[in-house]
Design a protein around this ligand. Sequence first.
Ligand code: C2E
Ligand code: CA
Ligand code: CA
Length: 504
Amino acid sequence: MTRVPLASAAPGVAQPTVLVLGGLLVLVLAGAVAGLLVARSRRRRHDAATAALAERLRRDAHRDALTGLLNREGFLHVVTGPRGAVAVVDLALLGQVNDTLGHARGEVFVRLATERLVGVRLPVLQGEAPVAARLEGDTFAVLLPDVDGHEAHRAAEDLRERLLAPYLVEGVRFEPPVVVGVAADGPWLADLPPGPERTAALLRRADVALAATRDGGDPVRCYDPSMGERAARRLRLIRGFAAAVERRDVRVDFQPVVSLGERTVVGVEALARWDHPELGLLLPDEFVPVLEATGQIADLTSFVLDESLAAARRWLDRGMRLSVAVNVSVGNLGTPGFPDEVAALLAAHRVPAELLTLELTESGVSSEREVALPVLRRLHALGCHLAVDDFGTGQSSLAHLRRLPVDQVKIDKSFVLGMGTEYGDVAVVRAIVEMGHTLGLTVVAEGVEQAAVRSALAEMGCDVAQGYLVSRPLPAHCFDTWLDSLDVLPGEPGAAPGPRTLIA
Ligand code: C2E
Ligand code: CA
Ligand code: CA
C-alpha cells in the first residue's frame, strides 16, 4: 500500500476538492484528539477513585466494623518499639450475654467494653489513649509502647480493673471474669527488630499467657517460656480427648464413701482418669480445666455418668445398694438439656435417681446462680441428690446454701487433712458439721487419712467419710475385688439389697 502525504493532493484530483477533504480531515482529527483528552481525564479520575477505594478497603481490612478498633490484621501492622509490650484482655462474657439477651445485646456489650478500653488512661502511656484492637468476640489487644515487664504487668492490672466493673445491658447486670495475658520484651524476642513480625511474636506470647490464666491463680499473667510448653500440652489434650474416650484411655475410678456411724460402705465417688499413651497417667486437676475451657467437659460428664450408672447397676444386680457421686462442672449446668440427659441415663441403666449424687463446687454454684438454679431444681426434682463440694474454700456461707436445693455438704479436704495438726481446722470442721446439720444437710468429710481424724469426725457427728485411710480411688475391677474382701452384712434371704460392713 502506498502512503499518501496528507498535505498533497493525489495526482489528478481538483484543488477545491482537496481543500474540502483537508478541512474535513482536520475536523475529524480535532474531534479525535478532544475525545482522547476527555477519555484520559476520565481515566485519571477513575484511577484516583480506584486508589481511594483500594485504600479504604485496605483500611477496612484492618478495622473491626463493630467497634472501629483495629482488628488482628491491623494490630499486626502496628510497629512496636524495642521495649513494646502487648496485653491481650479477655472478658469471657459475650457468649452469656448473647445466650441471655440475643446477639444485638451482645454487640451493645462489646461496644460498652470498647468505650472503657479506649477511655482508659494508663500512667505508662502518659495519659494517651491506648492503641487497641478487637481480636475476636470480647477479646481485645492493647499495645504498651515503652515498658519493662514490671510496668507492663501493672498496666495490665489497671486495664483489668477498668473493665471489671459490672455492665448494665438492657437493665441486666453482667460481671465479666476479666483475665489478661501480657508479653513484654524478653530474650525470646532478641533477634526480632521492631516491625510486624515482632508484634506478631508478642501477640502470640500474650495469647499463651492468657491461656495460662485459665489454670486459675492470678488473673493477670506475664508470659514466660514454660507457659509455651504447657500450652502445647494443653493443645494435645484438647485435640486428643475425643479419640481417648473412643479408645477408652479415659476411665473412671471409684473411691469408697463410708458411714462414720455404722462403718459401712454407702457409696462411691467417681473420679476421672486419663491414661495417655505418651504422657502417662493424667489426673483430672490437669485435664478437667482444659475440657471446661473448650466445652468438651459435657462429653466427659456424659462418659463418667454412663460408666458410674452402669457400675451402680452391676452392684445392684449383686445385691449392693451403693450410691454414686459424679462431679459436675458449672459448664454442665449452663446446658438446659442436662437434666434430660441425666434422666435418660438413669432410665437406660435402671438405677433409681436417689442413688445418684451430683457434686458441684461451692464457687461454681455461687458464681453462676442465675444460670445454674433452674437446672439444679430440675435435677433435684428428678430425685437426684446434690452436694456442694470443696466447702469452706469459697465465699458462700451455709445460710446462702440453704437457698439452693442441696442435700449434702462436703468439707474441703484441706481442713480435714489439717485436723491432725491444726487446732483451727478442727474448729472449722466442727462448725461446718454443726451448721450443716442445723440446715438438715448430710455432712461428708473427704481427705481422711488418719484413724485419729476419723475418730474425731465420728465424735463430732459427721455423717460420712472418704479418704486414703479407707481406700484410694480404684479402677472398677480393683474396686470390685476390694468390695469382695469386706465382711458382708448377712441380710435376710430375699431382703432388699443393703450396704456392706467395713472392717477397718
Ligand atoms: P474432688 O471432687 O475434691 O475429689 C477428691 C479428690 O481428693 C480426688 O482427687 C481424690 O483422689 C482426692 N483424695 C481422696 N481422698 C484423699 C485423701 O485421703 N488424701 C488426699 N490428699 N487426697 C484425697 P482427684 O481424683 O485427683 O480429683 C481431683 C479433682 O478433679 C476432684 O476433686 C474433682 O473436682 C475433679 N474431678 C475428678 N473427676 C471429675 C469428673 O469426672 N468431672 C469433673 N468435672 N471433675 C472431676
Ligand atoms: Ca468431688
Ligand atoms: Ca472435694
